[in-house]
Design a protein around this ligand. Structure first.
Ligand SMILES: CC(C)(COP(=O)(O)OP(=O)(O)OC[C@H]1O[C@@H](n2cnc3c(N)ncnc32)[C@H](O)[C@@H]1OP(=O)(O)O)[C@@H](O)C(=O)NCCC(=O)NCCS
Length: 203
C-alpha cells in the first residue's frame, strides 16, 4: 500500500509534499558542494533530472515518504523515510544551503521519527552517513539516535565502498539525546579515519 505524505509542523517548519515550484531550489541544493560531498547525487545533475525527481516523489510512493521542508512557503530541503522491510525504515535528507544551521533538519528528523513510530507503527528507524558527516549525525542525535558505529566499506559512494556511520532508534527508545554532544564532538574531532568498527563515543 502506498505511503501517504502527511502535513507535519513544528515551529517555523512544515513538512509537505514536494511541488513543481520546488524544482529550481531542488536543483540548486543538488549541485551544492556539500550535497555532492556527502550524498550520492549524480555529479552531472541537470534541471531536467530535478524536474523528474520532484514529479516522482510529489505523490504517494510504494517504498517511501518524501517530504519537502517548507519555511514561510519556501523550499528549504528534502527528507525521505524509506521503507526497508521488517517494519523499519531509513532516513535520508538534505537541507538547502541557505537554510542550514537553523535547526530545521533536527526538527524534520524528529517529526519523521514520530510519524514512523506513532503513525506508521514501525519498530525501527535507521540512519547512515559517510564517516565524518558530523552535521548529519547531530540532527539524529537530537532525536535519540545513539553514537554511530563506524563500519569500513559500508556505503557505496561514487564507485567505491567507503567507511560509513550507522545508528538506529527503536520505537520504545527515548527520543532525546543519548549522551552529551560535547563528548561526541571531542571524540569525533580526534578520529580522522574511523576503522575498524567500534563505538567512536566510547573510544
Ligand atoms: C547535514 C544537514 C542535512 C544538516 O541540516 P541542517 O538543517 O543544517 O541541520 P540542523 O541545523 O538541524 O543541525 C545541524 C547541526 O550541525 C552543526 N554542524 C554543521 N556543520 C558541522 C560540521 N562540519 N561539524 C560539526 N557540526 C556541524 C550545526 O551547527 C548544527 O548544530 P547546532 O544546531 O547545534 O548549531 C545539512 O548540513 C546538509 O544538507 N548537508 C549536505 C547533505 C548531507 O550531508 N545530507 C546527509 C547525508 S547522511
Amino acid at each position: 500500500m502506498p505511503f501517504a505524505i502527511p502535513l507535519l509542523s513544528d515551529g517555523p517548519l512544515t513538512l509537505r509534499p514536494h511541488r513543481a515550484s520546488d524544482v529550481v531550489p531542488v536543483y540548486a541544493r543538488s549541485v551544492d558542494p556539500l550535497t555532492r560531498e556527502w550524498t550520492t547525487i549524480p555529479l552531472e545533475y541537470t534541471k531536467s533530472m530535478a524536474a523528474d525527481y520532484v514529479a516522482a516523489i510529489s505523490s504517494e510512493q510504494e517504498e517511501a515518504v518524501s517530504w519537502a521542508l517548507d519555511c514561510d512557503g519556501a523550499y528549504a530541503g528534502s527528507l525521505d523515510l524509506r521503507f526497508q522491510g521488517a517494519n523499519s525504515g531509513n532516513l535520508g535528507f538534505v537541507t538547502a544551503p541557505a537554510y542550514r544551521g537553523r535547526g530545521l533538519m533536527s526538527r524534520a528528523v524528529a517529526l519523521a521519527v514520530a510519524h514512523a513510530f506513532d503513525d506508521l507503527g514501525w519498530d525501527v528507524v535507521t540512519w547512515t552517513a559517510n564517516a565524518g558527516n558530523t552535521a548529519s549525525y547531530k540532527t539524529v542525535w537530537r532525536s535519540g539516535f545513539p553514537p554511530p558505529i563506524a563500519v569500513p566499506h559500508l556505503l557505496a559512494h561514487r564507485g567505491k565502498m567507503v567507511e560509513g556511520w550507522i545508528s538506529s532508534l527503536a520505537s520504545g527508545d527515548p527520543r532525546t539525546p543519548a549522551g552529551p554532544w560535547a563528548a561526541w564532538d571531542d571524540v569525533a574531532s580526534r578520529l580522522p579515519g574511523l576503522s575498524p568498527a567500534r563505538q567512536p563515543w566510547e573510544s
